[in-house]
Design a protein around this ligand. Structure first.
Ligand code: C2E
Ligand code: MG
Ligand code: MG
Length: 659
């Protein structure tokens, strides 16, 4: 656009231009010029030229000059005025063009908005803070199944009617607070009812216009987020629930307990950790699908034993967790009893009858621990303690238990290095014939003296080695060192004195281990009758089939089998008949009670005669007194072992006996 202020001009008008004013202006300027001309020019001529004829001639010239000057003046005035008009016209045209563009833009954006409102599943809403009017486009309600008429809202209360009753209070509270103290944006999530009675999740978003702290207007959208909400719930399910049993999983249980501690930090509760006994066997013998179905069945039963806010969880595999809202010992014992009752009910899956038992560890908040992880660890420790006591038991966590577990962990670490550090050695305890009192055999007993510490008794480290799997390495060492001893003693002894070696239940059930022993027997050329193996009843029952098979192999390789500690465990007489054994060792527990009652004496007499009747020789262990020895001899017990006869001794001492 041209800048007129910078352009020099003959008559500089004020820039405001109207046709009426411009005409007046031109006329006035013309009038002024005419008046000045007429008033001044005649006098001037008369004064300069007094001659009349010349004067008339000059009058004519003056008339022509007047016409010429006025013509020029008019031309300039009209041109500059028209110029201004031209300029104004151009300006108007440009402004007009701008306006056109603006209008087009508005039209497009209006169309776009209309299309967006129509096409979107959302509804646009607006609330007027002054008139209290509420507008909402109908899309959302139409999509939720309502009629055109029902979807017509005019006040906020109209919208409230669609919100599910449980969420109404919350919605009202939020809107009221917002209207009283408006903020720039508004965000809410709540549920509304569809026309068919089902529920949809809505997210409301709004932006407000606030003047002097008062809400003038707020507008935004309502979006149906049911799908994403369902998806979210599905994800939560995957994250917090066990896919097989549908119970809370580890994460879900952790969250539950953590929330519980957070919301009620001063109210104690109990956490149970339950582990099904021998679940591995169920999987191994009956297959994983039976195992899975059994877990589902157990889970379905356990669920009925708790009611919110209590909870039961499947912590992976055959482990279950319970949140119990009591720490009262009597109530708790009853609850645990009902869990056992539920587990032990007869279960048949695919025609298989399954007997289910479990061990439970109990930890309490806040007495034992204050966090989920610590509580779980304590319950786990208590559960393992229960397992070590046998099946179907429960144990309360205690500091003593914790200490003893810490000790056993430390001991295990030491035991791991015992073989390599040469800390093991063997003792031998002589076994005598009770009729002739001659040395009949010996039992090899392992000893462990950790470097820089006192002896650790085998009753402590053998079970530890069994549970931690270290037993294999230890027993292999025992077998090899006894075999070496057998060879060393071949030259000194003048009669065959077999050596009995104790073999753990793990070892006897382990084909690979038994193969190694057979290999060693061959390597050291051990002869038939030089070695016996002592096994215990409990070990046999645990892995009956595998153990039976391996016992036969060992026997076939010239090793006599001895059943140790008879009378300590189940003492099933049926086993005596069916097992491939050669000797029976009566447990120390029986020997020590000889003459304590007639019944005990009778039982011992029966065992001895029964063993004899099925061609088993009998050893009595733990003989500490002469009268025990006499009674056993009277019963025709074949052999005797005990402190009264000889204590376990180092090879050098035993060697003298052999000579
Ligand atoms: P066990 O096989 O029953 O061994 C007999 C235990 O009774 C030995 O204890 C022995 O010292 C003890 N004993 C013998 N006579 C008497 C007596 O008159 N009175 C009393 N009170 N005790 C007597 P030890 O050596 O402490 O062994 C304990 C257990 O450790 C053994 O019981 C056995 O089960 C296990 N064990 C020992 N050595 C080995 C081994 O090399 N391998 C395996 N797997 N277990 C072993
Ligand atoms: Mg033994
Ligand atoms: Mg024994």
């Amino acid at each position: 656009m041209r800048n007129h202020d910078d352009t020099p001009r003959l008559f500089h008008f004020k820039r405001r231009l109207t046709p009426y004013r411009s005409a007046i202006r031109i006329s006035l300027i013309y009038l002024m010029y005419g008046v000045v001309w007429i008033l001044t020019t005649d006098q001037l001529l008369e004064f300069m030229f007094g001659d009349a004829s010349y004067y008339h001639f000059l009058q004519t010239i003056k008339g022509w000059i007047y016409v010429l000057i006025t013509a020029i003046l008019l031309y300039v005035l009209v041109v500059s005025t028209l110029d201004l008009y031209e300029e104004a016209k151009k300006k108007t045209e440009v402004a007009n063009l701008d306006l056109q563009k603006q209008l087009e833009k508005t039209r497009i954006s209006e169309q776009r908005f209309e299309l967006a409102v129509k096409g979107s599943f959302d509804s646009i809403w607006e609330y007027d803070g002054v008139t209290k009017k509420y507008f909402m486009s109908r899309t959302l309600l139409r999509n939720l199944g309502y009629s055109e008429e029902e979807a017509k809202l005019t006040v906020l209360e109209d919208w409230l009617k669609f919100i599910v009753p449980q969420d109404r209070e919350g919605f009202l509270q939020m809107t009221e607070t917002f209207i009283a103290h408006p903020t720039e944006t508004l965000e809410m999530t709540y549920r509304v009812l569809r026309a068919d009675g089902t529920v949809a999740w809505i997210r409301t978003h709004g932006t407000s216009r606030i003047e002097d702290g008062k809400l003038v207007k707020v507008a935004g959208s309502h979006t149906d987020i049911t799908l994403s909400k369902n998806y979210e719930e599905e994800l939560t399910k995957l994250a917090y629930y066990h896919s097989l049993t549908g119970l809370l999983n580890w994460h879900g249980f952790a969250k539950k307990i953590q929330d519980r501690i957070h919301t009620q930090p001063h109210t104690p509760f109990t956490l149970l950790y339950l582990d099904i006994d021998d679940f591995k066997n169920i999987n191994d013998f009956h297959g994983y699908s039976v195992g899975d179905r059994m877990l589902v069945e157990i889970a379905n039963d356990l669920v009925h034993l708790v009611e919110a806010p209590e909870a039961v969880a499947n912590l992976g595999g055959d482990g279950f967790g319970f949140l119990i809202e009591t720490v009262d010992p009597t109530k708790l014992t009853n609850r645990i009893a009902s869990i056992y009752a539920s587990l032990r009910k007869l279960r048949s899956i695919d025609g298989e009858w399954l007997d289910v038992s479990a061990c439970i560890g109990v930890a309490q908040y806040p007495k034992d621990d204050q966090t989920f992880d610590d509580l779980m660890q304590s319950a786990d420790e208590a559960m393992y303690e229960a397992k070590s006591k046998g099946k179907n038991t429960y144990v309360f966590f205690s500091d003593a238990l914790h200490d003893s577990r810490l000790q056993s962990i430390a001991l295990t670490n030491e035991l791991r290095k015992a073989v390599d550090n040469d800390e093991l050695y063997m003792m031998y305890q002589p076994i005598y014939g009770l009729d002739d009192r001659r040395l009949a055999s010996m039992e090899a007993l392992v000893r462990w003296k950790p470097t820089g510490r006192d002896h650790v008794p085998p009753d402590t480290f053998i079970p530890l080695a069994e549970t931690t799997g270290l037993i294999g390495k230890i027993e292999l060492w025992v077998f090899e060192s006894v075999f070496k001893q057998v060879i060393a003693w071949r030259s000194v002894r003048h009669q065959s004195v077999p050596i009995a070696i104790n073999l753990s239940s793990r070892g006897i059930a382990d084909d690979e281990f038994v193969r190694k022993i057979i290999g060693l027997l061959k390597k050291y050329e051990i002869k038939k009758g030089e070695i016996e193996i002592e096994i215990t009843e409990t070990g046999l029952i645990e892995n009956y089939e595998a153990a039976l098979h391996n016992l036969r192999i060992l026997r076939f390789n010239g090793v006599k089998i001895l059943l140790d500690d008879f009378g300590k465990g189940y003492s099933s007489l049926t086993y005596l008949v069916s097992l491939p054994i050669d000797l029976l060792k009566i447990d120390r527990g029986f020997t020590s009670r000889i003459h304590s009652s007639n019944e005990i004496d009778a039982v011992i007499a029966t065992i001895v005669s029964l063993a004899h009747s099925i061609n088993l020789e009998v050893i009595a262990e733990g003989i500490e007194y002469e009268n025990q020895l006499d009674y056993l001899a009277k019963l025709k017990t074949d052999y005797g072992q005990g402190y009264h006869l000889h204590k376990p001794a180092l090879p050098e001492i035993v060697e003298k006996l052999l000579k």
